[in-house]
Design a protein around this ligand. Sequence first.
Ligand SMILES: CC(C)(COP(=O)(O)OP(=O)(O)OC[C@H]1O[C@@H](n2cnc3c(N)ncnc32)[C@H](O)[C@@H]1OP(=O)(O)O)[C@@H](O)C(=O)NCCC(=O)NCCS
Length: 288
Amino acid sequence: MRRDVAGAADLPALYGFAQRIWSPGGRWHVGELAWNLGQVPDGRPEWPMALWEADGSVLAWGWVVRPEDELSLLVDPARPDLVDEVLDWAGTVTTGPLTVTVLDTERHLVAALLRRGHTADHGGTFLLAHRRDLDELPPVPRLPAGLTVRPVRGEADLVRRTAVHREVWHPSQVTEERFRNVSAGWPYRGEFDMVVEAPDGRFLAYCLGWYDEVNRVGVLEPVGTLAEFRGQGLARATIEAVLRAFREAGARTALVSSRGDDDYPVPRQVYAALGFTPYARTVRYRRR
Ligand SMILES: CC(C)(COP(=O)(O)OP(=O)(O)OC[C@H]1O[C@@H](n2cnc3c(N)ncnc32)[C@H](O)[C@@H]1OP(=O)(O)O)[C@@H](O)C(=O)NCCC(=O)NCCS
C-alpha cells in the first residue's frame, strides 16, 4: 500500500490527509506543506517522498531530504504501526544515518522512535511552534507616512512579491517561476498574502498566510521585512492584517514556527510581541 509520490497529481491527496489528521500538536499545517512542496510540484530527485494508503485513504506520508538524510513524516494516530513502515522505507532511500525530525507533541511518533532505539537530540537549531487565538485582535497599526499594507494582486505583483522574498532571504531558492507555481496552486489565496508597499511601488515587507478551513486554523509561512526597514512595525502591520483576514474567513487560531535556539532569536521575540505563545518544539531523533 506504499507508493512513491510521483508529482503534482499526488499533492491534493497529501494535503487532504494533512488536514484530516491535523491536531494542535501536529507539525505540518497544510500551508506549510504547500509552501515547501508547491514551489516545485513535480518533486525533486533529492527529495524522495512516499504515501501509504488503504481503501482510498492516505494513512501516512514520508519525505526524505538528501544529502542531510532527514525524514519528516505524518502518520495517522489511529495507525501508529505505520511509523515503522515509514522509517523502514526511509532507510532504503538514505545512504547515511537517518535523522527524524518531529514536534515533541507528536506522541505517537515519539513513542515509535523510542521503541526502535532512536534517541532525542535537543541540541543545535530547532523550531519553536507558536499559536495565538484570534478572539481579540488590535486594529492594524498605522505605518510610517506613505506606506500601505495590502494583499497581493496575483500575476501583476509577482515580480515585486518574489523580489521582496528573495532580498529578505538572500541567497534564496525562490524564483519567480517557483512563486508562480506555489501561488497558482491550492491552498494559496492572495487575500492572506500581505505586503507593505512604498510610494515608489517597492515591496518592503510581507507576511504569507495559509488558511485551513477544515480545522479553522491559519499559519504564517514565511514572514519578512527588508533589512533596512526593520524595527519600524512593518512585520507587525503585515502579520496583523493577515490575522484579521484569517478571522474574517472563519479562523479561530493562528500558528507560526520560528527558530527557537539562541543563534537566531529575533523572530521568536517578534512573535511574542505579537501575542503568540510557544507550545512545542522540534526534536531530532537518531539511532545510536
Ligand atoms: C522577523 C522580522 C520579519 C521582523 O520584522 P520587523 O518589521 O523588523 O518587525 P516589527 O518592526 O514589525 O516588530 C514587531 C515587534 O517585534 C519586536 N521586534 C522587532 N525586532 C526585534 C528585535 N530585533 N529584537 C527584539 N524584538 C524585536 C518589536 O519590538 C515589535 O514589537 P512592539 O511593536 O511591541 O515594539 C525581520 O527581522 C526579518 O525579516 N527577519 C529575517 C527573516 C525572518 O527571520 N523571518 C521570520 C521567519 S519565522
